[in-house]
Write a protein that binds this ligand. Structure first.
Ligand SMILES: [Zn+2]
Length: 115
């Protein structure tokens, strides 16, 4: 399952980066571009399955932010938002030069408030 692999990768990255402090993470936010082939619902399901198998993470929350696709028009020298997979600028020039939309990364990590 593609999404479970992604979730495992995310936790490996977190463990490597934060080591024992991983237990203090309350919430992680992932940003996924529309072209990254990631379905937010499936990621959420994979995340839920992962924390069920790893009880030390059971209070952790996940938020998935989806990024629009943005391409660059070389004629206007500006970026434009790609809607409905139509890679054509307002001026009519087609462009497959993608500036945003392929990405998948951890965009935010929130730690528990320790009082
Ligand atoms: Zn243009």
């Amino acid at each position: 399952m593609h999404e479970l692999t992604i979730v495992k990768d995310i936790f490996s990255t977190l463990e490597e980066h934060y080591q024992t402090k991983v237990d203090d993470i309350q919430k992680i936010q992932i940003t996924a571009g529309l072209l990254s082939n990631v379905q937010p619902v499936l990621i959420q399901n994979a995340f839920d399955a992962f924390i069920t198998d790893n009880p030390s993470y059971q209070n952790m929350e996940l938020e998935v932010v989806v990024n629009d696709i943005v391409a660059h028009c070389h004629k206007c020298d500006k970026d434009f938002k790609v809607l409905y997979h139509k890679f054509v600028c307002d001026c009519g020039t087609p462009s497959a030069d993608i500036v945003q939309g392929n990405e998948l990364y951890i965009s935010q990590v929130i730690f528990k408030q320790t009082l």
